[in-house]
Ligand binder design. Structure first.
Ligand code: FAD
Ligand code: UDP
Length: 384
């Protein structure tokens, strides 16, 4: 009845399903345990008609033309003219993040800032992107002082909240996502395309999954209908020989038999306010030296919604995922021990020759939407 089964209707699963169905002319069953499609990109209007991102703020950004073209088949965009911009609240003062030359001139007086700017450009080149952990290694005492300022005021407390560890303790790739910019660029991402779908992410997913060869079953955990044996996969009792693309957490698929893979989770606190504006036009403010939450997003500015009745904000409170009911694993914690544990689970699934692991959870990786889309397009091509 089905040629392929895709588990999870997030970006990884939805892109793969569409390609298999359309390009590969395969009958595809999509199984999603939540009661909606879209995975963590899911958005919906709240009780006040304001479009909110249920699982935290999502901004699409990419330099990949093929990814942008593919997703653009299913949505128009609200592209940000000046890019996505973020500020950090440092003791009540708002400074641009990533730390860049504008920030430098805000935190140091003019003569010193001019000297430091020249030093940074001489050391790294104009326009370069320097991870904070690299900047800290610079032997020049003045550059070290900047690095220390950025480390203490931008990274240390935010990272402690987000990961429960200091920037020195986590994989340098993580803080490397927000490098110090040796340029006057206040954008959070340097990608060419940045924005959100014009209608909503959920609409984009709905159009992607709307194909005669695709059947979507939400509210169904794959484990209710599929059995993952040593060498075969069974669908409702019968051996299923088609492709199975799994995008969920691999340890949970195998009942955590080797122990849980560690993840960070988030508690999202939404609040609607009967006022026009909360953050003075800023869509995202990071709290890098104070508070228990990492950041506040004001949705009307993120989604560029106009004429809203009041404003809705969200605070993000990180915590260690325990697997308790209702918790969602959001971030793989990448370190050698965890990767080794992941490999044990992967070895189990590798014995199933028709099983394919794809996605932020299934691959235990820190992927953005665009990379996920690219990987899904590539996997589908391989399977067609
Ligand atoms: P998911 O979106 O997690 O989808 C997996 C789906 O599989 C889920 O719907 C889940 O319910 C389902 N599933 C799992 N197990 C089963 C099962 N056993 N049976 C059935 N269904 C199952 N990326 C960006 O590019 N820009 C951003 O601004 C951005 N912001 C982010 C903010 C936050 C707070 C987080 C957590 C992530 C953010 N990301 C962002 C990353 C983005 O969410 C991921 O890249 C993307 O969601 C990964 O897609 P996915 O399909 O792999 O996973
Ligand atoms: N980070 C930080 N302060 C900031 C922004 C980021 O310390 O103001 C660190 C933090 O460790 C975070 C990482 O950089 O987890 C990556 O940030 P990014 O915004 O890319 O994380 P995302 O929310 O997209 O997963």
């Amino acid at each position: 009845m089905y040629d392929s089964i895709v588990i999870g209707a997030g970006i990884a699963g939805s892109v793969t399903a569409r390609q298999l169905a359309e390009k590969g002319n395969q009958k595809v069953l999509v199984v999603e345990k939540r009661d909606h499609i879209g995975g963590n990109c899911y958005d919906r209007p709240d009780d006040y008609g304001i479009l909110v991102h249920e699982y935290g703020p999502h901004i699409f950004h990419t330099n990949m033309e093929d990814v942008f073209a593919f997703l653009s088949r299913f949505t128009e965009w609200n592209l940000y003219e000046n890019g996505h911009q973020v500020v950090a609240n440092v003791d009540g003062r708002l400074i641009p993040v990533p730390f860049n030359l504008n920030t430098l001139h805000m935190v140091y007086e003019k003569d010193l800032a001019d000297t430091l700017e020249k030093k940074l450009i001489d050391a790294y080149g104009e326009g370069s992107r320097v991870p904070i952990m690299k900047l800290r290694e610079n032997p020049d005492p003045q550059i070290q002082a900047i690095a220390q300022y950025v480390y203490e005021n931008v990274f240390l407390k935010y990272t402690m909240k987000q990961w429960g560890q200091t920037p020195d303790e986590i994989s340098p790739e993580v803080t490397g996502r927000v490098p110090v910019l040796i340029s006057y660029d206040n954008r959070y991402f340097q990608d060419q395309y940045q924005g959100v779908p014009a209608d909503s992410f959920t609409e984009m997913f709905a159009r992607m999954l709307d194909h005669e060869n695709i059947t979507v079953r939400t509210g169904t955990d794959a484990k209710e209908i599929l059995e993952f044996g040593e060498e075969t996969i069974r669908l409702e009792g019968q051996e299923f020989k088609g492709h199975v693309i799994f995008t969920g957490a691999l340890d949970e698929l195998y009942d955590c038999r080797y122990g849980r893979l560690p993840y960070r989770s988030l508690r999202f606190a939404f609040e609607h306010l009967a006022q026009d504006d909360f953050q003075d036009g800023h869509s995202v403010v990071n709290y890098t030296v104070s508070e228990d939450f990492t950041r506040i997003t004001e949705f009307k500015y993120l989604t560029r919604q106009k004429d809203t009745d009041g404003t809705t904000i969200i605070r993000e409170y990180p915590f260690a995922y325990t697997g308790a009911p209702g918790e969602i694993p959001y971030y793989a914690i990448m370190n050698p021990d965890n990767q080794a544990l992941y490999q044990k689970y992967k070895a189990l699934s590798d014995r199933l020759t028709n099983m394919h692991l794809l996605g932020r959870l299934a691959e235990y990786q820190y992927y953005n939407i665009d990379v996920m889309t690219k990987k899904a397009l590539e996997l589908a091509d391989k399977l067609i």
